[in-house]
Structure formats: structure tokens, C-alpha cells
Design a protein around this ligand. Structure first.
Ligand SMILES: [Zn+2]
Length: 225
């Protein structure tokens, strides 16, 4: 097996999106965000998308089997020839088991699980300090790391800056609780299988990227030997 098949884990606000973009470019991986994949398949009305929509229309969770079928279909495509980077799945041990079995059936396996570790207090500092322009949500500031020239006012258009509900400290803490409940068992699960790679997510973005890239390059080398 020479492809690099990865899972990305980390709390909200860890900067997973940024690192995912870079890792994907470094190793020509197919980035599979299960949320995006699901929405795309439903919108396109594919066979699996239709099956998923039946559950969604009833307000039920899409069963693991449907998601796994979507993933295995995606990774069988030519653009996943060098491997994939899975984001947002699995979230439970049962899903991890099912994914492992589906990959084995497809003649492949996971190479590594990348965990970006950031303390709860740091996540709260990052997210709760965020301020967004009411006119343009792409105008983002941070009270501590990237403050506007005038407090509460967008530098680019003079509009008011607000804190999104999602970024309120209470909400962030609740999201973190859910994250820990879901992820802690997965961390143990992949650690036991010798697949877990831990990275200090507090490191500056470029430094963190260099470390992840170097580690994954050696994982890829070892696989080829
Ligand atoms: Zn603005």
C-alpha cells in the first residue's frame, strides 16, 4: 500500500481546515469532509443521496452504512489514487469499526490518524475573541490577536462587529464537551492500533504544517518499504 489514508481529529477552532488544505496539497490527497459529501450527494440526487435524504426528511440521522458506502465509493475514484483525508468521520467506535472493515474489503487500510491537540482554554480564547462584520462575514477580527483599529467597528467598511452565537463562551464550552465525549474513545481506539499521531495544535500554523508534513512523509516512506 503506497497511498496515504488519513483521518483528521481535533476540537473546533484547532485550525483543522487550514492544515487539511495544506496536507491535501502536499500529498495530492482527496479531502473527504463527510458533511460536504452528504450535502453534495443529496443535491445531485445520486442513488446514495436519495437514500440519505429519506432519513433526513424524517428528521433522522443518516445511518452509518450509507455514509460508509459514500466514503468507499469516493475513495474508489481515480482522484483518490494517492490516498484520502477524512474529516468529520468516524465519530464513534462503531463507525470506526465499520470504516476499518469497509477499507479492508476495498483492499486498503488507514495509514494514520492525525490529532491536533489544543487545550479547551485556548479554543475558548480563539473562538470567543472572534468578531465578525455584520455586512460581510468574511471580515473577521480577533479582540486579542487581530483587533480592528476602532473597537467594534470594521476597518474595511465601517460596519458594526458582532460576536456570533456559535462563538459565545458558553456555546464553545458545550461544543467542547461534546467533542471530548465523542473523541476521547476514538483517540484510545486508534492509539491501541498504533495509528495515532499527536501534534501540538497551539504551534504557529506554518510550524505545525511543517511538522505534520514531515511526519506524514515518513509514514508514507515506511509504507513503501
Ligand atoms: Zn466589514
Amino acid at each position: 500500500m503506497s497511498e496515504l489514508n488519513l483521518i483528521l481529529l481535533g476540537p473546533p477552532g484547532a485550525g483543522k481546515g487550514t492544515q487539511a488544505e495544506r496536507i491535501k496539497a502536499d500529498f495530492s490527497l482527496l479531502h473527504i469532509s463527510t458533511g460536504d459529501m452528504l450535502r453534495a450527494q443529496v443535491a445531485e440526487g445520486t442513488q446514495l443521496g436519495k437514500r440519505a435524504k429519506e432519513y433526513m426528511d424524517r428528521g433522522e440521522l443518516v445511518p452509518d452504512g450509507v455514509i460508509i458506502d459514500m466514503i468507499t465509493e469516493r475513495i474508489a475514484s481515480p482522484d483518490a489514487g494517492d490516498g484520502f483525508l477524512l474529516d468529520g468521520f468516524p465519530r464513534t467506535e462503531a463507525q470506526a469499526d465499520a470504516l476499518g472493515a469497509a477499507l479492508a474489503e476495498a483492499g486498503t487500510a488507514l495509514s494514520a490518524v492525525v490529532l491536533m491537540e489544543v487545550s479547551d482554554d485556548e479554543v475558548v480564547r480563539r473562538l470567543a475573541g472572534r468578531r465578525v462584520c455584520v455586512k460581510n462575514s468574511a471580515h473577521i477580527y480577533h479582540v486579542e490577536f487581530d483587533p480592528p483599529k476602532r473597537e467594534g467597528v470594521c476597518d474595511q467598511d465601517g460596519a458594526r462587529l458582532i460576536q456570533r452565537d456559535d462563538d459565545q463562551e458558553d456555546t464553545v464550552r458545550r461544543r467542547l464537551e461534546v467533542y471530548h465525549e465523542q473523541t476521547a474513545p476514538l483517540i484510545d481506539y486508534y492509539e491501541e492500533r498504533d495509528l495515532l499521531l499527536r501534534f501540538d495544535g497551539v504551534a504557529p500554523v506554518d510550524q505545525l504544517h511543517v511538522r505534520i508534513r514531515a511526519t506524514l512523509a515518513s509514514v508514507s516512506m515506511q509504507q513503501r518499504m
